[in-house]
Design a protein around this ligand. Structure first.
Ligand SMILES: C[S@@+](CC[C@H](N)C(=O)[O-])C[C@H]1O[C@@H](n2cnc3c(N)ncnc32)[C@H](O)[C@@H]1O
Length: 310
């Protein structure tokens, strides 16, 4: 394991937006190595509770070790964050004071040799954050139609050569199963050449990872539940790392922070307005200061948005 599992991003900003009650119940929806949870615990009383979700067993194990001293205040849940509402209900937890989402993958997941998230290691193309179930990267490459693959590479990776790469994957898989990160990287290389290779590899690997883990779907489902989970005055804080995620968060908050008409139901009374759920606290997304970006290059793409439940 690396010396540092994951360096938490925008820690001061997260605390400033998230923590409003010293004795409250908080949810860390993406615990990772527990860096943000640790910071929250340092800023609340010993009566506060924090429910720590992560779908990755390695993350839960690491956080459990890191946070041993405050374990009586923490409940760990290995599950996707789109199950937050049900899991809190099962634990008889009512409304909470704050929910944090620090999206994407941790440095540990990227750097650890055996998970298949990175093209820097030639290993089986797994890419699942939760290795207990679901399709792997190999399954997606092997079973999806050419058009679906092209769509994924284009929409989730914004890769210009998406169609050509998808076609090549389909040609190659007729000859043999594409099983490793190295084999996928080789296919991409044959299409894009050496010059733009690293950028294209990053885009294709990101796209496949988003598909394997249904990342955008879980995000939309989880955001929709936050209105039911947060107490009035409770805070929602989301850090995203690419434009697709950030757009979902931005649109969700925009839609939920203004008066709305009832949904498109021709029989509903149109004179009734649905009141806003949130007050947006960050007009523009908050980004790390230069100093943080220099210290931690992986923080460069981070964008934090925060809102208060009305
Ligand atoms: C950027 S890391 C979080 C790092 C953490 N804030 C820290 O300080 O160490 C993102 C984490 O979210 C988890 N994750 C991503 N999508 C998830 C989902 N849908 N449900 C639960 N956990 C998820 C990943 O397994 C990963 O550990």
């Amino acid at each position: 394991m690396n010396a540092v599992y994951h360096a938490p991003v925008l820690v001061r900003e997260v605390i400033d937006y998230l923590v409003t009650s010293r004795d409250g119940v908080y949810v860390d929806a993406t615990t990772g190595g527990g860096g943000h949870t640790k910071a929250v615990l340092e800023n609340v009383s010993d009566k506060a509770q924090i429910i720590c979700f992560d779908r990755d067993a390695d993350a839960i194990n690491e956080a459990r070790q890191q946070l041993q001293e405050r374990q009586s205040q923490i409940t760990f849940v290995q599950d996707v964050f789109s199950n937050i509402r049900d899991r809190l209900y099962e634990m008889s937890i009512g409304k909470v004071a704050g929910i944090l989402f620090d999206l994407g993958v941790s440095s540990y997941q990227i750097d650890s040799g055996d998970r298949g998230f990175s093209f820097q290691h030639d290993v089986p193309l797994d890419m699942r954050m939760d290795t207990r179930s679901g399709l792997t990267g190999v399954d997606v490459l092997q079973t999806y139609a050419e058009r679906e693959l092209a769509d994924i590479f284009y929409r989730y990776g914004e890769e210009r050569n998406a169609r050509r790469i998808a076609r090549r994957v389909v040609e190659e898989r007729k000859k043999r199963t594409i099983t490793t990160t190295g084999e996928l990287a080789e296919i991409v290389k044959r299409i894009v050449g050496e010059r733009h290779l690293i950028k294209s590899l990053a885009r294709i690997f990101q796209a496949l990872r988003i598909e394997v883990n249904a990342e955008l779907d879980h995000l939309s489902k989880a955001l929709a539940q936050t209105t039911e989970i947060l107490q009035p005055g409770g805070r929602l804080v989301v850090i995203s790392y690419h434009s697709l995620e950030d757009r979902i968060v931005k649109n969700f908050l925009k839609e939920r922070s203004v008066d709305r008409k009832p949904a498109d139901d021709p029989f509903a009374r149109q004179d009734i307005e649905i009141k806003p759920d949130f007050r947006i606290l960050t007009k523009k997304p908050v980004q790390p200061a230069d100093e943080e970006m220099e210290r931690n290059p992986r923080s460069r793409s981070a964008k934090l948005r925060a809102a208060e439940r009305i």
